[in-house]
Write a protein that binds this ligand. Structure first.
Ligand code: FAD
Length: 310
């Protein structure tokens, strides 16, 4: 069996594997796609000590770093089921979609998340060419430009407030007839001079000139009329879906499906830890996920030294 089995090969899982293997214990990583969301990212400018890099390069360096150590990397493998240890300090089982079963004295779950998309024409075509899902990452790219934020929940309204300080103008578009964000955020949003709020609006298309976004079309659901807004960027903030479906019923999940962790990265199941975007961690960023991966691995190590027989 493994001492630490990591599920997920994004920034959180890779960092957990590095930390675990440096303790000289048997470490494995199961991942569907090593690198994770970073593979879909263009410029990364907010990982301290690396002023600029690109997603695929960052992912390759993550993998290189893990390969410096004696880590068993099982790539293109999907974890399908977790069975908690039968006794304290016993073995946790991870069953793969292939049917293979892996046993480990501790597990770090780092399966990440995916952004919910609008599924409208132009969205995929202009992804990273004006369509983006991450205001913390891409806000500065739209300095002095006009953007839309799709979604009037907390994340959409927070994004609009954040972006209003950077870009020339923000149009916030909400499907419902009211914003769902906390009242204090809505008040702040309404006080900003360069923000328009459009409710009861269904986004129907992202427009572009072939190389970048030029606008957005929405239907006013009260009149059924179609409107076009000219802009350079569209920030989609309609939800982040954690990759945790396979864990429901075993590990405690929040109402949003995030794995509930404490400050040590512990889950509700003894010997099972979690890190990164699949958890209740409040911020979904590479450096935050990497840090959480280190925390989870060190907590797993702590669990091992407390539960192993002398
Ligand atoms: P992920 O990166 O999502 O990795 C999850 C891993 O788990 C993957 O290897 C996946 O294949 C694997 N996996 C999932 N389910 C299973 C399963 N059942 N079995 C086995 N393996 C599984 N953050 C920044 O800090 N700066 C940026 O500039 C930035 N730009 C971004 C741009 C885009 C387009 C996107 C989508 C995100 C961006 N982010 C950025 C956010 C950042 O990518 C994430 O916060 C970070 O990747 C989270 O790391 P993670 O390891 O928790 O999860």
């Amino acid at each position: 069996p493994f001492d630490v089995l990591v599920v997920g090969g994004g920034p959180a899982g890779a960092t957990a594997a590095i930390y675990a293997s440096r303790k000289g214990i048997r470490t494995g990583v199961v991942s569907e796609r090593f690198g994770g969301q970073v593979l879909d990212t263009m410029a990364i400018e907010n990982f301290s000590s690396v002023p600029y890099t690109e997603g695929p390069k960052f992912a390759a360096e993550l993998e290189n770093h893990v390969r410096q150590y004696d880590v068993d990397i099982m790539n293109v493998q999907n974890a399908a089921k977790l069975t908690p240890a039968a006794t304290e300090g016993g073995l946790v089982e991870i069953e793969l979609a292939s049917g293979a079963r892996l046993l480990s004295r501790s597990v770090v779950l780092a399966t990440g998340a995916r952004w919910r998309s609008m599924n409208v024409p132009g969205e995929n075509e202009y992804r990273n060419k004006g369509v983006t899902y991450c205001p913390h990452c891409d806000g500065p790219l739209f300095k002095g430009k006009r953007v839309a934020v799709i979604g009037g929940g907390n994340s959409g309204v927070e994004a609009a407030i954040d972006l209003a300080g950077v870009v020339a103008h923000v149009t916030l578009i909400e499907f419902d007839s009211v914003l769902r964000a906390d009242e204090v955020l809505q008040r702040k949003l309404r006080s900003l001079p360069n923000v328009d709020i459009v409710v009861s609006a269904l986004t129907t298309e992202v427009l572009g000139d072939g190389s970048k976004v030029t606008g957005l079309v929405y239907t006013d659901r009260t009149t059924d009329e179609s409107h076009t807004v000219d802009l350079d960027g569209v920030f989609v903030q309609i939800g982040l879906l954690p990759n945790t479906d396979w864990l429901s019923g075993t590990v405690d999940l929040s109402p949003r499906g995030e794995i509930v962790i404490d400050a040590h990265g512990r889950t509700s199941v003894p010997g099972v830890f979690a890190a990164g975007d699949c958890t209740t961690v409040p911020f979904k960023q590479i450096i935050v996920a990497a840090g959480a991966g280190a925390t989870a691995a060190l907590s797993a190590f702590d669990h091992l030294i407390r539960t192993s027989s002398p």
